[in-house]
Design a protein around this ligand. Structure first.
Ligand code: ADP
Ligand code: TYD
Length: 209
């Protein structure tokens, strides 16, 4: 796919870490400052991807095998990248994603123990090699995240804090491996402080003024 003009910023973390809150705050701040910005969330974001989301999180509750889960997650991502993310970046808009391909590496790699290098290749195929400019990993301990998400849990969240702990470790390893792209954020801080840290980092990287 052709060169992008907009900035592509992704947010990652275990369930309940507070990333959706930060994504909304950032999209609002960017739009208010006159930078046209859209929000996408995964899995989902197109008609086909939302149907895949429904299968993954709400229907067929326990009988999806790990490889099918990985293929459906990346299938949803391929459609979202092709239909929404890439065209908006080319049109010069910023795209903020509430989860992108690191979620597959952390959940299906770390969580479900599928081979990481194979998942990286699958992701490259699904995303037409589109990489984020920066990835914020909002880090909280699984116990705190679970407290924050005590209401209705989806199929993956119901798998419990043991899975979330493996996912968190996988994110920490990814942040280490891809240290130039990743920014680790202390998710135990207040929402306002986290928002401030994110804006500072974006300015430092010249992704926002
Ligand atoms: P995620 O998208 O990562 O699952 P949310 O942004 O939906 O998480 O936040 C989960 C819950 O935690 C929400 O009730 C939200 O209001 C609360 N929350 C978000 N950020 C913080 C924070 N920094 N400190 C305390 N609670 C938070
Ligand atoms: P969602 O309700 O969007 O959770 P959250 O508010 O925590 O982002 O549910 C998405 C779930 O799907 C979440 O448990 C993470 C999981 N997931 C994967 O396992 N692999 C993936 O590639 C993606 C995008 C999500």
């Amino acid at each position: 796919m052709s060169t992008s003009k907009g900035k592509f910023i992704t947010f990652e973390g275990i369930d309940g870490c507070g990333k959706s809150t930060q994504v909304k705050m950032l999209v609002e701040a960017m739009n208010q400052s006159g930078v046209k910005t859209i929000l996408v969330r995964e899995p989902g974001g197109t008609t086909i991807s939302e149907e895949i989301r429904d299968i993954l999180l709400h229907r067929h509750l326990a009988d999806i095998c790990d490889r099918t889960e990985a293929l459906l997650m990346t299938g949803s991502r391929a459609q979202l990248t092709y239909e929404v993310i890439q065209p908006n970046l080319i049109a010069g808009k910023n795209v903020i994603a509430d989860r992108y391909y690191d979620s597959t590496l952390a959940y299906q790699g770390g969580g479900r123990k599928l081979d990481l290098d194979w998942l990286i290749k699958l992701n490259q195929f699904a995303t037409y090699d589109l990489e984020p400019n920066v990835t914020f990993f909002v880090d909280v301990l699984p116990e705190e995240a679970s407290r924050r998400k005590s209401k209705e849990k989806d199929r993956i969240e119901r798998a419990g804090t043991e899975l979330q702990a493996r996912v968190r470790n996988a994110y920490l390893n990814l942040a280490n491996r891809f240290h130039e792209r990743f920014v680790v954020i202390n998710g135990h801080d207040s929402t306002e402080n986290i928002h401030g840290t994110i804006l500072t980092e974006l300015r430092r990287r010249k992704l926002f003024s």
